[in-house]
Design a protein around this ligand. Structure first.
Ligand code: NIG
Ligand code: FE
Length: 427
């Protein structure tokens, strides 16, 4: 018998979401690799065996056992695009939008992202941590075990670094694994109104080098930090996005890009040209840009909570992306303006209806493909031996019920790095 820390036995069904050679595309994206009556053995926070319950029960002696009877085991969700570190809220703007104001009108009038920037600049690092923590608690309760968090509500070197500091404190003190992304180019701050070129230069000359220095001096993360840009009308145009990301690459950053959320500015070909980890939003993307993206290693990240949150009716053309051979991932985009949603199961429910993904495709998009979109697929995103033991156990008959059922939380248990961190079996 081999000693392990935790053995989860009698799991009704287990979906591995395994994809060791790159994100899932085409037919494998839609077909689940699964086991019935399965077990997971965990030691040192890692998966040491994934197999038949009868077999593993005879091979491993565990300090702690969990009964997975009636539950479906999946990898913990990976949420690869959020802006969930911010102060305050924008419920007042929601009321204005219900009354007919558009997101872009609110942004042009100095609200939108800038409203959250004012609140975030006024908050201390401790306040920012305190306001963000319950959001991470709710994500974890909904089965997310890895989350990306962007900066972008500071928009000065000092305040962007304060956001990174808050995110680092959360990574040290919260069970969720956090992947930070720097997006100093999230909006043109009020001080630079009418001077997008001047702010672009500030990001290039001052912020990127300062953030690179901060990154080199921290001891929380080992991987490269990603730099993102909001390439959009009213934010950064294509030339400015290119300048910022080119400089970022020179300084050793990985790259990501917000593209085609409202207007197609050509951000998608730029993401492909730069070898970006992901191109995100992709709502107004022209068909030839979809084809280009689909043939590249860059992951397409769809954020259906955003059009839904805005009450819009146009979504990412996910079927076209999949048909062209693209790698598709899903994220909440959790932010106080367009998508104040912390639940990947709800995003899957939206994706099945409005992106026409099957539950299996949506599950793969919310786990292993999302891990590739963050450059973390060697560590998380599938139930594979050697990876972090991040598991969500769902109180559902099968993964086919994910997305079908919506509005309630299907998660019974969450295991993070081999420890039970959420237990909702009694309610
Ligand atoms: O992804 N597009 C830019 N950023 C967010 C919105 C952030 C906000 O409104 O605060 C997004 O939709
Ligand atoms: Fe975003």
């Amino acid at each position: 018998m081999i000693n392990v820390d935790l053995l989860i036995t009698n799991i009704r069904r287990l979906v591995t979401c395994a994809a060791p050679d790159g994100p899932l595309r085409g037919a494998p994206f839609g077909s689940a690799s699964s086991l019935e009556e399965a077990a997971l053995a965990i030691a040192g926070g890692r998966l040491v065996a994934v197999g038949a319950s009868a077999e593993l029960s005879g091979q491993y002696r565990a300090a702690q056992s969990l009964d997975g009877a009636g539950l479906v085991a999946i990898p913990g969700f990976v949420d690869p695009h959020t802006h969930c570190c911010y102060a305050g809220d924008r419920a007042d703007e929601f009321a204005l939008r219900i009354a007919g104001a558009t997101y872009q009108e609110l942004m042009a009038a100095g609200g939108g992202i800038m409203a959250s920037v004012r609140a975030t600049r006024a908050a201390s690092v401790a306040e920012l941590v305190a306001q963000t923590r319950p959001r991470l608690d709710r994500m974890l309760a909904h089965g997310t075990t890895t989350v990306e968090i962007k900066t972008g509500y500071g928009l000065t070197t000092e305040h962007e670094l304060a956001m990174l500091e808050a995110i680092a404190q959360l990574e040290r003190s919260h069970p969720l694994s956090i992947v930070p992304t720097f997006i100093g180019a999230h909006a043109i701050p009020a001080e630079y109104r009418g001077n997008a070129a001047g702010y672009t230069q500030l990001v290039i000359d001052e912020m990127l080098p300062a953030v690179a220095r901060w990154w080199a001096g921290q001891d929380v993360w080992r991987e490269a930090l990603a730099c993102d840009v909001f390439c959009e009308e009213g934010a950064f145009d294509l030339a400015q996005s290119r300048l910022i990301l080119a400089r970022a690459r020179e300084l050793g950053f990985a790259t990501k890009l917000h593209v085609d959320e409202f207007a197609p500015l050509g951000g998608t070909p730029l993401a492909v040209e730069l070898g970006a980890l992901s191109a995100d939003h992709l709502v107004a993307t022209p068909p030839d840009h979809i084809a280009l993206l689909a043939q590249s290693p860059t992951v397409a990240v769809a954020l259906p909570g955003t059009p839904f949150g805005l009450g819009h009716h146009e979504f990412t053309p996910a079927r076209a992306i999949v048909a062209a051979g693209g790698a598709l991932a899903l994220a909440t985009d959790c932010n106080p303006g367009t998508s104040i949603c912390e639940s990947m199961p709800f995003i899957i429910a939206l994706a099945c209806r409005y992106l026409r993904l099957t539950p299996t495709e949506a599950l793969h998009a919310a786990t292993i493909n999302a891990a590739y979109a963050l450059g973390r697929a060697a560590e998380v995103g599938s139930l594979a031996v050697g990876k972090r033991a991040d598991v969500a156990l769902l109180a559902l008959p099968s993964e086919q019920h994910l997305g079908y059922r919506f509005g309630t939380n299907p998660v019974a248990l969450v295991v993070k790095d081999g420890k039970v961190v959420v237990d909702r079996r009694r309610g």
